[in-house]
Design a protein around this ligand. Structure first.
Ligand code: GLN
Length: 290
């Protein structure tokens, strides 16, 4: 078969996806990536013929997405977060829009204060989105940014993203805050989107999440609260006298996570903030560590 034009390939792919009850727009996202075009270039080259190599590579991805539901980010190897493109793979959680909201709250909270020379950390950095975005958005306020992850494979991606986006971050492999405690580091700001799903919820989860995001990034024991519990207890040894703690949380975890913070830091001001869908999604706390 001779290779089709871009227009024909798109038409074939959209209807193939639609018949498989997948989002037809994926056809365009994948062709833009396959041909390395901008959207404007795509529109002006619709009549061009594809080579048989690019068409068969494109066709294989469309078929894989249609049959398995593999998220498009795993096929393109990237996702946009806070307006920047991050490399992703199967070793990291695909960045979510809810996490943009977490980062936005942290930026606004920092900017609303006259504080500078901050030392910040992102715990369980995954692809590095939180640490890198904070480094780039708060550059003038932040002196030092640390990021930890237990997974070396995730850290490789995070380091690559920090390099390509020119963010200056010190990465540590280790469990939650352990490497920072070992190095005697003291923080003004602690941010984390840790694993928070209770394994009992696996039945209700979307296949595209449970089949493709790493388990390590999703699940936590103790009704999904183990990571918060550990990080908050460790925070006693890492936070300065006054510090900010921000977590992304599951929509039913606002009260429990606030209680964990209050138990360890009785003098703290804890807010539970909602996401764009009206669900509890962020806990933002100003804590006194005395
Ligand atoms: N911090 C990363 C993110 O928000 C990874 C989170 C995780 O793996 N739980 O995407």
């Amino acid at each position: 078969m001779t290779a089709p034009t871009i227009y024909e390939a798109l038409k074939w792919a959209s209807s193939f996806l639609e018949n498989a009850s997948r989002e037809p727009k994926v056809a365009e996202i994948l062709i833009i990536k396959e041909l390395n075009l901008t959207k404007a270039q795509l529109i002006s080259s619709l009549r061009d013929k594809m080579t048989s190599e690019t068409f068969s590579s494109y066709k294989a991805k469309i078929e894989q997405h249609a049959l398995t539901g593999i998220p498009v980010q795993h096929l393109t190897g990237e996702e946009i977060f806070f307006g920047r493109t991050f490399k992703v793979n199967s070793n990291v959680l695909i960045p979510r829009p809810e996490t943009e909201e977490l980062v936005d709250h942290v930026i606004k909270a920092v900017e609303s204060k006259e504080i500078k020379n901050l030392t910040c950390a992102d715990v369980g950095t995954g692809s590095g989105i939180i640490a890198i975005t904070l480094a780039l958005e708060l550059g003038n306020r932040v002196d030092k940014l640390y990021a930890t992850d237990i997974s070396d494979l995730a850290l490789n991606i995070a380091k690559e993203n920090a390099g390509s986006l020119h963010a200056s971050i010190e990465f540590f492999q280790g469990d939650f805050l352990t490497p920072l405690i070992d190095h005697g580091i003291k923080l003004d700001v602690l941010v984390s989107n840790p694993p928070y799903i209770d394994r009992k919820e696996i039945e209700q989860m979307d296949d595209t999440v449970k089949n493709f995001d790493p388990e390590l990034a999703l699940f936590a024991e103790n009704n999904g609260l183990l990571a918060y519990d550990t990080v908050v207890k460790q925070a006693k040894y890492v936070l300065k006298d006054k510090a900010m703690v921000a977590f992304e949380i599951g929509y039913q975890q606002g009260e429990s996570v606030s209680a964990l913070i209050h138990n360890t830091f009785p003098n703290s001001n804890v807010q539970v903030l909602k996401d764009i869908n009206g669900k509890d999604r962020v806990v933002l706390a100003e804590v006194e560590n005395k």
